[in-house]
Design a protein around this ligand. Structure first.
Ligand code: CTP
Ligand code: MG
Length: 583
């Protein structure tokens, strides 16, 4: 996971789509200070083609999005620019090679431009006029990539040139800004949607992720022409937070596929190949050479580590220009399929992503998750827990994987390495849920549900959407949806699980107490999600005041009593609160 905080400087010419339904700005605009102004700017300029918590437009299939983005990335170049570049002249220079479709600037240890041409030929034309630098005493390894360095032949008047670049910071907000934004919200539901909007990947960040994969593909293609490097995980499953790592896999499945189909008559041609004892050894060998190649020749690839003995062998490196921490694997089609499944779940109901983002941020704020591998719960596991919880609502908000399988047609059929990964891929064939529960209620109930979950005997299983006996003794058991014998949270220790349970109970308690006794807006006390999320806030004031650190057993009993008496509340709240103009 990279905590890179890439600051993107966006040129507004980027054609972004806006979600159809915009959240009312009335409350936000009444907030004092810069936060409201920031928000207004973002409401006006932001948009995400595949996301947006209230977007009701028909969603594209995952494979369609992947193919479009990949093709777009192949027409795109990355250029390191001098800080005093003149944007107009820069575009004029580039358009000699063909029309530019979109472009934007970002900052990451220097100024970079991402330029998408209308045609692929323009990239070749630009490469043809590009030279390999002469570096004085050092020697350059010549590599004709799509990552360029632009130099100015003559120096220019810096002040007049600088004003032509528009800047916009795309990194996630600081804790302070987030706190202000959440306190300005008009309801807990509004807080969850605000958090989603602030943390989700932007259009530009998504483009940069696909471009980075495409640049790595160029390097891998030196060994394996016709290979593809595909992003998966949170970069594409719609649950990625700004700064999340870039998971990618080297797809060699396409090699030789089409040629084989074209063969006719009684002859069958096969490539002469080297054989190795197993698929795993083949993957290790392939990743070993690609890792070496990235290390020695890959422009901008630094800190390359080959972690080949892991269950899923990988090459980890930093892509300096984009700032992404990258994990490259090979033959990882099942993980791509689970990214597709999560993408579908995220697109089915606007509450899913808002809830997942809040739970992920809550877990991060309380150090339940970490960027360092260890005995902690991962974001992937948390997402599965939210999906499972939403399958358990009455009526369910999300369908089970088994149900999605029953809706599949012949084209959806997918078997990978003997595992049945079939489910319907056309989102429009899945009926929306009739459940109208608010995000506030769902968040509270999520914490209650998992604060009381029988982790000692039950497993979480989104395929069937019901609790099952644990097949093994790991403290936390979450079944991998496709490789059903695997536990995706096998790494989680008993103490980390207990920490999660304790915090879930505390958070349910805070939200329940708040429902009865929400701090007055003038008290300037954090409320709702802000009270749960910000460690500085929860450590200092309200938790200790409200409950004098109750033992987790006491909270559990209280929650039980809430449960039995709270049925009438469960449908009544609409998540609104008194509107205040105080930040
Ligand atoms: N994955 C899996 N089983 C695991 C861990 C990961 O199948 N035990 C797959 C999932 O498809 C996951 C992807 O690998 O989405 C990438 O893993 P990871 O980077 O850990 O999770 P992300 O979902 O990308 O979340 P994050 O934002 O934390 O990177
Ligand atoms: Mg990831």
């Amino acid at each position: 996971m990279a905590a890179c905080g890439v600051g993107l400087l966006i040129r507004l010419s980027l054609r972004v789509q806006r979600s159809q339904v915009q959240r009312p700005l009335r409350r936000l605009l009444s907030c004092p200070g810069t936060v409201a102004a920031d928000l207004r700017r973002e409401e006006q300029s932001s948009g995400n083609a595949e996301t947006g918590s209230e977007d009701r437009t028909p969603k594209k299939r995952f494979s369609v999005v992947q193919n479009e983005r990949r093709e777009q990335a192949q027409r795109t170049v990355l250029i390191h620019c001098p800080n005093n570049i003149n944007e107009k002249k820069f575009l004029k220079f580039l358009s000699q090679h063909g029309p530019v479709n979109t472009h934007f600037f970002y900052e990451s240890f220097g100024l970079y431009a991402v330029v998408e041409f209308c045609q692929k030929e323009s990239v070749t034309s630009l490469q043809n006029i590009t030279r390999t630098p002469s570096l004085g005493p050092e020697a350059a390894i010549p590599f004709k990539s799509r990552y360029f360095n632009l130099k100015l032949r003559t120096s220019v008047n810096q002040t007049s040139e600088l004003s032509s670049i528009q800047c916009s910071n795309q990194s996630s907000p600081s804790s302070k800004k987030l706190y202000q934004l959440l306190c300005c919200a008009e309801s807990v539901d509004d807080q969850l949607n605000t958090l989603l909007r602030e943390f989700q990947l932007t259009e530009e960040n998504t483009r940069l992720r696909y471009l980075t994969c495409s640049l790595i593909e160029d390097v891998a293609a030196a060994y394996f022409p016709d290979c593809a490097v595909r992003p998966f995980g949170s970069s594409v499953n719609s649950f990625g937070k700004l700064g999340c790592d870039l998971d990618m896999f080297l797809d060699l499945d396409e090699i030789g596929k089409f040629t084989a189909q074209k063969t006719s008559g009684n002859f069958l041609m096969e490539f002469q190949v080297k054989n190795v004892p197993s698929e795993r050894v083949a993957t290790q060998k392939i990743l070993s050479v690609i890792g070496e190649c990235l290390d020695q020749f890959g422009p901008g690839c630094v800190g390359v580590q080959r972690i080949l003995n892991a269950r899923c062998p990988l090459v980890r490196f930093s892509h300096q220009a984009s700032g992404f921490q990258c994990d490259l694997t090979a033959n990882n089609r099942i993980a791509l399929k689970s990214s597709e499944l999560l993408y579908m779940y995220g697109a089915l109901d606007s509450r899913v992503r808002a809830l997942v983002f809040s739970v992920r941020c809550w877990a991060r704020a309380h150090s339940l998750t970490s960027s360092i591998p260890g005995a902690w719960i991962t974001n992937f596991s948390l997402t599965m827990m939210v999906i499972f919880f939403l399958q358990r609502r009455s009526p369910p908000i999300l369908p089970t994987l088994d149900y999605l399988k029953t809706l599949a047609d012949a084209e959806d059929k997918c078997i990978i390495e003997g595992h049945n990964c079939t489910f319907v891929r056309d989102l429009n064939r899945i009926k929306p849920s009739g459940n109208t529960e608010t995000l506030e209620l769902l968040l509270k109930e999520f914490f209650e549900y998992f604060g009381n979950f029988a982790f000692n005997k039950n497993s979480i299983n989104i395929r069937q959407g019901r609790e099952q006996n644990k097949p093994e003794s790991s403290p936390l058991h979450i079944q991998n949806p496709f490789e059903t014998s695997l536990n995706i949270s096998k790494n989680v220790s008993q103490s980390q699980l207990q920490k999660f349970v304790d915090l879930a109970r505390e958070s349910a308690w805070i939200l329940h107490q708040e429902g009865k006794d929400r701090p007055s807006p003038s008290s300037n006390q954090p409320w709702g999600l802000a009270a749960l999320l910000l460690p500085s806030v929860t450590n200092n004031v309200p938790l200790s005041k409200k409950k004098k650190k109750p033992a987790s057993e006491r909270i559990k009993n209280l929650l039980d009593s809430i449960k039995s008496s709270g049925a009438e509340n469960s449908t009544a709240t609409n998540g609104r609160r008194a509107i205040s103009t105080q930040a």
